[in-house]
Structure formats: C-alpha cells, structure tokens
Design a protein around this ligand. Structure first.
Ligand code: GLN
Length: 200
C-alpha cells in the first residue's frame, strides 16, 4: 500500500511523520506522475486558496479531481477538507475544489479571534475520545444524503458544529490529528483504503 501526500503547500511533513510512525509507505504528490500507483491520498492543512492556485497552475487539479471521482480514497484535514468539498463558503471567487464530498464547508468558520482551540471529541468508529487541534479551521454546514457525520464540537458557543465526516472513500476532518501523535484517525483512513483495495 502506498499513500500519497499532496505536497503543493501546507503541513505535509506532519502527515508523513504519522505515516512513518505507522510503518506505511508514502509518496509526496507534486506532479501528475506521482498519482500513478497510489492507493489513497492525504490532503493536508494549509491555505486552501493557495493550494487551489498551485494545483491549477501545476496542472494537478484536473487529474486529481478525476482520480477522486473515480474512487481514489482521500483524507483531507482542514484546508484538505475544504478542497474535497462540493461547496465552499467564505472563499475567493476563483478558488476551485474537487467536489468529492457532498458537503458545504465554511472557511475560518470559528472566527478569526478564536484562531486556534482544542477539544476532546467523540468520534464515531474510534473508541475513546480524540483530542482535536483546530487551527483557523473550517466547519461543515450542510451535508448531502450520502455523508455520515463522525464528530461534532461537544460544547461551547459552537457546540454541534460538524468537524468530521465520511462519504464513500472520502474522510475529512476540520482538525489536525497529525500534530497530536495520535494515529487513530489515520488508522481509520488506512482501513478505508484497505477496504477500497479489496473491493476493487
Ligand atoms: N484557514 C485555512 C484555509 O482556509 C485552513 C487552515 C488549516 O488548514 N489549518 O485554507
């Protein structure tokens, strides 16, 4: 199994370290040819509009969009979640997204004052709570019928905001498990990749 890590911008190294810790082979995806032979891809956090621009300029947008539409398993964290979604609120008019996840996502949804915060979440499919780190995070405002909500903000002013979802071979979280040393969300994704591989 080879997992691609989209490496045009953002927190690439943290995901690579997490995959290293799990003993999973991975590859930085910067150009079209890097998509060849990967079993899944991680879209890291960073700046979604910058990634959008670099993906378009570099010619990676269309082939990756097609691969996702064709069922390539993908896990997006934060900006990666934004890129996977079908509709993005509070973004630049020229920003593109892949539309692989039937969801409306709002960028920087927790407000600019609350730049970052942390919370312990109940995550469906993972036994004990997940410590979630949010950094200028988006949330999901609306989901289509095929989308399963896996986690919400437990309390506070933004209680119940949707912060983890899955649909088919897609997983997305508003938060960053790759910075906490907790590998369980990545393992959840790797199981999705294995299942997709088996189903092929
Ligand atoms: N606010 C960023 C964006 O809109 C996402 C932040 C992150 O990935 N940590 O792209």
């Amino acid at each position: 199994m080879i997992i691609g890590v989209l490496a045009v911008q953002g927190g690439v190294a943290e995901h690579q370290r997490t995959l290293d810790a799990l003993g999973i082979e991975h590859r930085a995806v910067r150009r079209i040819e890097h998509l060849e032979g990967i079993d899944g891809i991680i879209l890291p956090g960073g700046e979604s509009t910058t990634m959008s621009k670099l993906l378009t300029i570099g010619g990676l947008y269309e082939p990756l969009r097609a691969a996702l539409a064709d069922g390539l398993p993908a896990y997006g964290t934060c900006a990666g979640m934004i890129l996977l979604s079908s509709k993005v609120l509070d973004t630049r008019p020229d920003a593109v997204s892949f539309g692989a996840l039937d969801a409306t996502v709002r960028r920087n949804a927790f407000g600019r004052q609350v730049d970052s915060f942390e919370a312990d979440l109940a995550f469906e499919g993972i036994e004990e709570s997940v410590h979630a780190v949010f950094i200028r995070a988006p949330w999901i405002e609306e989901v289509g019928p095929g989308v399963k909500v896996l986690a919400r903000v437990p309390d506070g002013p933004n209680a119940n905001a949707i912060v983890a979802v899955t649909q088919g071979n897609i997983l997305a979280t508003s938060f960053h498990p790759e910075v906490t040393g907790d590998t369980r969300v990545h393992e959840y994704f790797l199981q999705m990749v294995r299942d997709a591989k088996k189903a092929k």
